[in-house]
Design a binder for this molecule. Sequence first.
Ligand code: LLP
Length: 408
Amino acid sequence: MTGFYRQGAALVCDGVPLAAIAATHGTPLYVYSAATIAERYRAIDAAFAGYPHSIHYALKANSTLAITRLLRSLGSHADANSGGEIDVALRAGILPSHIVFTGVGKTSAELGYAIDLGVRSINVESAGEIERIDALSGERQVRTKIAIRVNPDVDARTHPHISTGLKTNKFGIPIGDVRALVAVTRGRPNVEVVGLHAHLGSQITTMEPLARGARALVDLARELATDGVRIEHLDIGGGLGVSYDGSPVPGPAEYAAAVLPILRESGLAVVLEPGRHIMAPAGVLLTSVVDIKSGFVVMDAGMTEIIRPMMYNAFHRIEPVVVTDADPLTADIVGPLCESSDTLGKNRTVPRPRVGDLYAVLDAGAYGSVMASNYNRRLLPAEVMVEGGEARVIRRRQTLEDVLALET
Ligand code: LLP
């Protein structure tokens, strides 16, 4: 058995008790299961086997170097959303030709960096951006591969803050404008349109929007072909969701079944950009009880360690690391920050805890650690990866010295 499960009363990660890991490394602490990351990566790869595809793991979900290296060792390529993420991909050993560069506000410095490297494609967001890439490439006397990020106006039916494929969202180029834009782009000497890209949103748990997104790209590729434009790939973005409450959700097999028959019509290679689906269930945030007061259990982790509950009203299971037979208590589980919104879980029933008890915030491997902050002068938590029965530190805990080193 891999991942996070109970052995008797104790929650373990790949067989290693989380209580032992916390005793060694302290809390708040992120703990990841290497075996789970590998399994979930391979499940997506297997679902698309038999069709030309490449998985460009979305680094934004979690780009700790050791995790990025592990994914590269499994064969993953990268979707980078900033110069920093490109750099991390390279440091993890991912080739430039295995990186797609996405992002709604790429600076000229970032574009120049990607152009110099010769990434697989820059996923462009606007006519202005194409113009800038053309000019920057011209200065360097190179031809840069771009994919048009299409906004297909498809409702991903997810939380509004993580929906990106509606025409009211800031992302991409309205689908109706793409043919004309590509026609103009063909006149530009230093860019080459090699792909079409669409990312509809995140935590998508119904396959119909994903199928509609794929349909939009395939139809557009056919129209471009009639215009004489031959592209190489269709990038269908990320978005495949996970179950945060334990109820069943579609997985890679259902995803592939929904989109592959459509993509096959095009015969074009497909690029996938999964982030959450690989990483969310592969990590937990360990936190300790620091106080108990009427209606509240106060933990040593809050919105500075995991902001998803506060920012998206996201539900994460919060469980005692060792279940006790104490009477049940129903309370809000809150963090230590001076913000009323600093609530990890509302109205949760747990065995009445004691100060010092350990809890795990489950499914925290994606968009957890990467979104942490130093608000209230709090320090970024350490990260540990369990691999082959060993727990090793992959990021040490930040110190106040680390933070203050930047200040005069
Ligand atoms: N590709 C692009 C262009 C994206 O913008 C994203 C995510 C992905 C791929 C990966 O999507 P995934 O497979 O992880 O759903 N912080 C939010 C999620 C923001 C997602 C942003 N874009 C959260 O915690 O729910």
